[in-house]
Design a protein. Structure first.
Lengths: 238, 238
DNA sequence: CTGTCTATCTATAAATC
DNA sequence: TGATTTATAGATAGACA
């Protein structure tokens, strides 16, 4: 946007394109930061440069990252390379999730659904496993909350005590803030994580069984069903 | 950025803030579109306006969405409301995933890890379930690929046939492109999805058992372990 | 390749409709 | 409240170091 008016087409020249990317990337980050600050909203941008295995992400808050920092701070220099693919997939996962989210949003949101993710995980005894553990737990947490949300709406005014279990216990410095007027959320993730393991300290709240098993015909996927190395996108489960 | 220089602070005035948000949101979308077109990269922005339950997402490609469109095209007007929380959680999940991804990237990626997500899911027989099914399958797919990647690197030159299972079968119009020089990826997601269900068509490649069970002390999480309604972030699994 | 400079284009704050 | 206009702050293409 200077000497010449930009024509909105792919920049064939390799170095020019790269330079443009660098400049505009910075500009985009700034814009995202500005809009989130000025308007007090959550905003983020993701830029994936194929040549670079590191996806460029600018979330508006860094809570979980700080938590992970704490874990990682112990051992900094360890084996490498393997994590790279992990990141690559995480990145791809983010893009995919966004696409799906957009899709779900753009059209009518009309159907109720219930889902649950069951996981197990090979802890090889290093510090990074705990980070991954958090990731997986996070997914489980999301689906748990989702189930609770659905259950709560269905049984509104019937079992109000289920509403509060989603509020995370914040050991230190955390803030609980009401979000959208009905969902308690952990806003400040800058929590101190005790080094001791407290896996067994997790709560076992009652799952809405009718949500898990379904009221009209169960559909349960086995590992064989979901462990799909190819053509995984072409599935249709009625 | 006009009459007055912008001071980067929260705009207290309600209508002004809203107006600014509207303008800058459009500007941000445009910027994201431009950078992705000009530089040929994947980029997206997410803007979450608390007052609005719909998270604003602009992915650069719409492949999966098209796939989902195909599914959704059947029934457009159905029950509502429930999906909303689903979206809310998806949005939150995206943010969290981004944070974690950034964290993993920003520092050293040094440890190998293996993970697996096992899921089951209550299909209530409506069209939207298939969309969610895809979402879950997608997660499973990611972890599956990750396991394969790790296994492949460990057994490099030993079991080369495992490398190819990650290349998705593209029914039509898809492109397989080498990414980062070693990972085959589905680039063009605008695939035609057959309407027939092919759940049972998924492959059952061999899982690296040593990855799943671990070589140095297994750590298996049960549903009770991961179903953590509170304090889920404070777990440390050695 | 990364940083700086500058002319110019673009985004947008403020005013107005 | 949302669209349009206007003047100016901000972003950046091209050139250069």
């Amino acid at each position: 946007m200077a000497r010449k008016k930009v024509d909105l087409t792919y920049i064939a020249n390799d170095s020019k394109r790269k330079a443009t990317l660098r400049k505009r990337k910075n500009g985009l980050i700034k814009k995202v930061d500005e809009i989130s600050i000025l308007c007090g909203i959550e905003a983020c941008a993701i830029i994936y440069v194929p040549e670079n295995p590191t996806p460029e992400v600018w979330p508006s808050d860094w809570g979980v990252q700080n938590v992970l920092s704490r874990f990682r701070g112990v051992s900094e220099l360890e084996q490498s390379k393997k994590m790279l693919s992990q990141e690559s997939f995480l990145r791809h996962r983010i893009i995919k999730a966004q696409e799906q989210l957009k899709k779900l949003k753009a059209e009518n949101r009309k159907k109720e659904m219930t889902l649950n993710i069951y996981q197990y995980f090979n802890a090889s005894g290093n510090i990074f496993d705990s980070a991954n553990m958090i990731y997986l737990n996070d997914i489980a947490h999301m689906t748990t909350q989702n189930l609770q949300e659905i259950d709560r709406k269905i049984n509104r005014d019937q079992q109000p005590q289920d509403q509060e279990v989603v509020a995370p216990v914040v050991p230190e410095g955390g803030e609980i803030m009401a979000q959208q007027g009905e969902q308690a959320q952990l806003v400040n993730d800058h929590v101190q994580v005790p080094e001791a393991n407290n896996v067994n300290a997790v709560g076992n709240q009652d799952w809405p069984v009718e949500m898990i098993n379904g009221a009209d015909g169960d559909q349960m996927l086995t590992m064989d069903d979901v462990n799909l190395p190819s053509g995984w996108l072409n599935q249709y489960i009625p």
